[in-house]
Structures are given as structure tokens and as C-alpha cells.
Design a protein around this ligand. Sequence first.
Ligand code: XMP
Length: 530
Amino acid sequence: MSSATPADPAPETDTVLVVDFGAQYAQLIARRVREARVYSEIVPSSMPVAEMLAKRPRAIILSGGPSSVYAPGAPGLDRSIFEAGVPVFGMCYGFQLMATTLGGTVDNSGAREYGRTALDVSKPGSTLFEGTPAQQSVWMSHGDACSAAPDGFTVTASTDVVPVAAFEDDEKRLYGVQYHPEVLHTTHGQQILEHFLYRGAGIQPSWTTSNVVDEQIAAIRAQVGDRRAICGLSGGVDSAVAAALVQRAIGDRLTCVYVDHGLMRKGETEQVEKDFVAATGVRLKVVDASERFLTALAGVSDPEQKRKTIGREFIRVFEQAQAEIVAEAPGDQPVEFLVQGTLYPDVVESGGGTGTANIKSHHNVGGLPEDLEFALVEPLRKLFKDEVRMVGQELGLPDEIVQRQPFPGPGLGIRIVGEVTKERLDLLREADAIAREELTAAGLDRDIWQCPVVLLADVRSVGVQGDGRTYGHPVVLRPVSSEDAMTADWSRLPYDVLARISTRITNEVAEVNRVVLDVTSKPPGTIEWE
Ligand code: XMP
């Protein structure tokens, strides 16, 4: 795999660096900064300060983290970060690090606070606290407490337990709070963050979706030049938005490939074929490979075996399509680029952020081969999911695509417990379409993460319908709510909605005589059954 230049924002973009001290606070802070319409990037705390400063940040935020500043091996930071004239805001661990580095006192005195805490603001007109109440609810999570601020700082808030819960030095433009402004439980957290950005650091809120679109289009043009690119469409949000952006940038020199494996839900293939093409004008190659997938899946009922089979066939079909695209226009510029919908959390979690991109065993499309000879174009590398949706809207993609809930790459193949056959797929497609229709009609799409409908194809139970005995299959409804799919809870859907779904499925889908509800959280259950 050759490396690619990630599409960076234009050099003049005001950037705020979020220094990551662990425990995933940094991602949330970076998102909140972007919600304040300021561009932010996460860097590891192990990055040398000189390297951070070389990025010419307009401000730096030090995140919270799980360590105590006194623990052996706790991550530190060179003092020069506070002396470079760049405004700095420390939160929780970052606050304590700032305090100790600059000569304040942090004691390990057992002054612990966890959870919701009342904060008393002693300087209501300060840079951070202006216009916010004298007492406010904040989220704390610390074992050590700051008892004396460093010289030059004004203490601007305290709690019953902590004498110094916030300090500010307007001259040096250094600020810190003991709590977590980034979490929703902190009632004025976003306001305080914005005060730091706009008032403390003097940054104008200018990071908008249309800037992102313009910047990315320019970056893609610079990267691809007059050569060609291909993009695998999965039907999901990320690949659709990535493709739409690249199409805007290079037009017909992008060809999208959509592999129809026959495991999609009702209407999904048509959505890509018609709505996506209508909205973007993209050049699309649809490969109908459903027969091939069904043949390969014949006799396979083990979940992992199914996933592997689907992944393997996908790669073969995709490579074949790619070879055909190259062969169809041999005189044209070479096809050198592969467009991927990699998002910022993927980049951060794989320890990256800079450097060479690698294709992970990408489960959206079933896993692309590692040795594809392409450079990657990843126009969403800097974006969070909600920003991707906004870019999609900006590009005029239909809501059905932009607001789509997650759907697994192996599709309905992993929602049939037992062997996958055409008949079973058709049956599940009907039941799934009914559930989706009713959830949409009840206005619940935004409340749930997704609602897999699972066919227990090897199970039968006795029922009675129209005075006759039935011996049909159950389907399982698996509505879940989640923030990131790592953990999930079963959604408490209204009984009347569940009743409508159940009645309609058992009436309208022959062979299904029972609808059951999965009330398992994750863990211990996963979201999908296979
Ligand atoms: P689990 O079942 O692991 O699912 O709790 C977590 C989330 O990931 C989705 N999922 C997949 N997505 N390819 C995908 O693109 C896959 O192979 C795959 N398996 C699970 C699932 O729908 C849920 O949102």
C-alpha cells in the first residue's frame, strides 16, 4: 500500500491542539471545540512540545486523564508549553499539571470529588465565567486537589472541598479548571470552553461545514491531479459522503463501485443506484453478485465462517470490477487512488493522526485487500460522524443516506441464524422493512442507534392463525441505544409501537408466526446476533 497525503485543512485554518492525557476525554473535548466552530486536533501527550508548537496552534487544551500528577510515570509536559505565548487551557489532570509545573500546590490530601459537584464562582466577570451563574453544577473526577494557584493567577472558583477549582492568568493567557467542562453534566461547560476560545485565545468561530467542503475539494484536487480514482460504496454514510466529496472535486474521473451481495435490506440497492446517483451525478458501476454470494454461502451457518466467506467474495468482486474499470479506458489517466471513508475517531484510535494511512480490515465493505496498489484519498480523516452528516447535507445528499443508521457490511447474512438462502433473505427483508417503517412512522429513528431484525431460521414454534395451526419461525427485534456501539442498552420502545410491528409482521410475512424482543444490554450481548 502506498502512502497518501491526508487531506489537511488549509494552512491558515485556526487550529486548537488538544493534548491527550488518556481515558478518551480528548476526543470529546475536540468535538466540543468543533461545536464551537473552531478546528481542533488531538495530539498525544508524548509529542515533544516543539513539535506541538511547530503546528502553529492558536491555542492548546490539556485534557483530563486517569493518572495522579504524583504517580510514578505520570505523563508530564515540558514547561516551555506555558512560555510560548500560546493560550493554554488545562482541564482536570491538565489543570493539575499546569498548577504543579508553574509553582502552585496540588495536595494528595484525600480531597476527592467524583460526579456532580456544586461550583462557587468567586469572580463572576472573569474571562472564563462571565455571564454564567455564581453557582453552577460541574462534573468532577479527581483524587488530588489544588490548594494554591501559581503566582500571577487569580482563583476564580472553588467548591466545598477544593479551594482552587479554577484559575486564570489573563496576561499570560493561561487558564485552568479542576472539572470536566466537556461533559454534558457540567451545565455551563460549553460556554466556558467558548469563553476560553473566543475571549481568552481571541479565536473567531469560523470552522463551518462549507469551509470543510471547500478545503477538502481543494486538497483532493491537489492530491489526485488529473489522474483517476475509484471508491467502493457500501450504502453507508461514510463512503457515500467521501464519494460525493471526491466527485465534486474530480467529477467523472471518479468511478464508484457498488457490490450488490444480495444481503442488503429492502430498497437499499435502489437507494444507491437511483438516489445517490441523482444527487451527485457520480459515475457508478453496480455489480450484481448476489448469485455468487448465495452460492458461496450455501451450507454455511457458522457466524465467523459466514463473515469470512462474505469478506472473501467481496474482495474478489471488487478487484474484478476495478480491473474492468481500468480495462474499459486504457488510454485514460491511470487509476491510482482509492477513496476511503475513514473518520477521525478511526485515525485517533489507530494511534495515527499523521503519517501513512493503512486500510484496516474495513468492515464496512467486508475488508479490502492489504496489497491493493493504490494511494488512499481519505477526505473525512479529520471529521467526526456528526460532521460527516453535515458535510453530506451540504453536498445535497438525501436524508435517507445522510441520516442512515449503522448497518453491518455482511448485511442480512449475519441476521439469519442458520444457513443463508434466498427464501430466508426475502422473508427477513419483509419483516425488517415493516419494523423500519413503523419505527420511522413513530418518529423513533433518532432515538435508537439501530434495530436489527433477526430471523431464527432453524427454530420453529407452534402458532394459530385463521383457525389453523402454524409452525413458523420467530423473528427477534433488537432495538438498541448507544453512543458509539462499544456498549449499548436495549431501547425501551413504546408498547404500542412494538405491538404494531408484531401484528404487522405476523400478518404480512408468511412463515413468521412469532415476534420476540431482545432485552439484553451490550455487554454481555453484542448488538448483532452473529
Ligand atoms: P456488535 O454486533 O459487535 O456491533 O455489537 C457493533 C456495531 O457494528 C456493526 N457491525 C458491523 N459493521 N461490518 C460493519 O460494517 C461488520 O462486519 C459489522 N459487525 C457489526 C453493528 O451493526 C453495530 O452497529
